[in-house]
Each structure stands twice: as C-alpha cells, then as structure tokens.
Design a protein around this ligand. Sequence first.
Ligand SMILES: Nc1nc2c(ncn2[C@@H]2O[C@H](COP(=O)(O)OP(=O)(O)O)[C@@H](O)[C@H]2O)c(=O)[nH]1
Ligand SMILES: [Mg+2]
Length: 415
Amino acid sequence: MDKDIEKLGKKIENILSSISKIPGFKKLKPKLEEFRRLVLEKRSPRIIVIGRRGSGKSSILNALIDDDKFLATGNLDTTKEGKVISISTRDTEWNSVASGKFNLEWLDTPGTGAPSEKEIRVEKLKMAINEKKPDAILIVIKASEVDGEIDSTLTDLRKIVQIAQNSENEVPPTFVVLSHIDDIEPQYDKKPPYDPDKLENIDRIIEKAKEHLTRHEIKYQSPLIPLSSYFVKKKNVDWRYNIDFLAKLLASKMPEITRLEASRAFHSLHAERTSLVDKIIYSSSVISGLSGGFVVIPLLGLIPMAVILIFMISIIAYLGGQSLSKKAALQFILNLTTGSGIGVAAAFGTITLQEAVKSIPIWGSIVNVASYSIITIAIGKGAKALYIEKKTMEQAREIYKNEQEREELNNEDVK
Ligand SMILES: Nc1nc2c(ncn2[C@@H]2O[C@H](COP(=O)(O)OP(=O)(O)O)[C@@H](O)[C@H]2O)c(=O)[nH]1
Ligand SMILES: [Mg+2]
C-alpha cells in the first residue's frame, strides 16, 4: 500500500511542478510547501529509548500505539497454536516496528551494561547513529529509583545518552520519563486522576530527579515527564498516565516530515490526525482547482483530477489505519457520489482504471475551475467521515451532499 501512495505521490509532484507556473500559485506556495513536507516527503519517525532493563521501554511503545501485546516483555508471547502475537526488538540497533496501522524506527538500549558488553554496545550505537540520525531520544528512569540507586543508573546511561546526542547539526530533542509512576505512594491510588497526596509525592520525585540529572550533566528538554504505561486490555485495566502528553510532545518536536507517521502510530493523537486530514483536503482542493482540466500533464496516465482525488482518499484512509488500492479509492468515489457504484464495480474486472475514471458521473458535472475545488473538498470530507471519524457510508454520503451544496451556494454568492 505504501508503495501505491508513493507512486501516486510522484504524480502529485508532477502536477505541482506543472501548476507552479500558473498565476495565483505564488500566494498558495507556503501551504503547498507544507503539504509537500507533511505528506509527499513523509517518513517514519526514528526514536531512541535509553533505560535499564525492566525500566519500561517496551511498555512505553505499547502504550503509545495502544497495543499491550506489541513488544514482548521478556520471552516471546505466543498463542496456544504457537502463533507469535508480539515481537521483540534487538537491542542497540534500529528496528522497523510496524503493523498495518503504523511504521516506526525504534532503537532501544539498556545502557552500556556489563563491562564485557560495554565496548560492543558503544560501537553498535555509534554505527546505528551513523546510519540514521534519531528524531528524538527518550531516557527512561524508574520513578522508584530516584530515591535509591539512581547514581549508578545515571552513571551508566550517561555515556549512551552522550553518544545518542552526538550530532554535527542539532542535538535531537531529548526527554526524560519517570516511569512506573503508579508505584509511587500511596500505592492503592493506581488509576488516574491521582489524589493530591500522590501528586505531591510525584512533584517531590521530579524535583529530586532534576537535581540528579543536573549533577550527572545529562542534557534534556523540560519538562520531566512522570509516566505510567501499564494497561491490560483483556482485564480492562488502564493505569496509563501522561501517555497522550508524551505522544503530543514527541509529534510536535520531531521533524515535520515525521508528523504523519507519528500521528498515525500514536493512538491518542486524534486531534493531530484530524488537523492533518483538514490540511490534506485543503491542499488537494487547491491543487485540483489550479490544475482543473486545462493543465496538460505529460505521462500522467490519468486525468489530474482523478489522480488528486485517489491520492487524497488513499492518504486519508492510510491515516485511519486502512490500505486502499486505487480501485478501492475509485469505488469509494462512486459510492459517495452516486449512492451505488455496483454496476461499475462489477465492471472493474474487465475495464481499465482509465475507463473506470471516465464512468464516474461527477466528471460530466464539473463545469468550472471552482467546481474542481468544491468536489475535492466534498469528497475529502466524505473520506474523513468514513476513514477517520469511522462514520457509516450513509453518513459520509450525507456529508458529501451537504458540503457540495453549501460550497456551491457560497460560490454563487461570490459571483
Ligand atoms: N505498574 C507498572 N508496570 C510497568 C510500567 N511500565 C512497565 N511495567 C512493567 O515492568 C516490566 C518491564 O517492562 P518492559 O517494558 O519490558 O521494560 P524494558 O525492559 O525497559 O523494555 C513489565 O512487567 C511491565 O509490565 C508502568 O508504568 N507501571
Ligand atoms: Mg524491552
């Protein structure tokens, strides 16, 4: 699927360079440049997580992606039939952790470890960082350690942190997480929101951790993040604390080109996904308005409008965790705009994509440049309803109809 989006993205690049000569493009350029970075140049975020074994590194990833089984804690988890239901990552190297719903580059490392492993691990980390620079670094310290063995932990982690931060350009944003925060007294108070006495204890731990970090000369960005990653879906237990805050912080501090994959992966980022979708719809409407019909784009294969719509729908569905083929995206347009695309659907097996595009009724109804934008917005909102807001096709159709009528009225006013 990702391949399809990439191919379509190349075609959108073509369209963008063709329309860059049109008067009126200049004013829209900043928005379209933003669209280019967010969507066309998107790539997976690369995150380094540093913390002792058992500090909760894997659990943080699980909590962010909302899958309590994804990364193994200890031995591989398998079902009775022997099917692996969780994966484990190799330490101190880049791992592509991915499912149908997300793509991340993840490197976790337990510190330098025993003297026998020390040099190997340092070398491994240097190699990994040479290969790919991290977009963010997370240092994980168990909250209960702050009052105890933190000195030995920080002495050990410091070396690794400094290597991870080593970069010719900018030091990647580095955050410190105080994990297992639910274990702080009073222990019966596990599920947020916490009582005032627990919050007071947490504040005290944070202040103390800050002193330790300064003394060990570990550089990081404020604020320190008290965190709980503990949740077990099957038992209906959810003690997660500040996971949504961490997700937001990461997504906002990493490069713009990682935003789309970050907001796809981190489950709590509903608002970020919605805002991205709105930007995608807006930019697509601008691109289809400018390219509407009269720009000849060599070697495109399909009419520009079809490419733009198929790309827009595919990327919206992708953000919603769904893969669509080009045909499925076209089918969606048919269902949305006519109420039933069954006839053409049946024919999809025997006709080409180009022919199928021509059979979609909206093409005939497009009369002026503004209409191209209107149709794009209306279809985009329909896709948003179905794939992001998880509404029914019926509701999406209603949204499409209203949107189109509303925009047409606005357009009349302007005239
Ligand atoms: N109560 C509680 N347990 C946690 C938390 N984070 C991790 N754990 C547990 O601590 C153990 C080690 O966690 P894991 O994520 O495997 O640590 P890693 O070795 O750093 O990857 C597991 O049993 C987790 O369920 C947390 O925030 N609260
Ligand atoms: Mg782990």
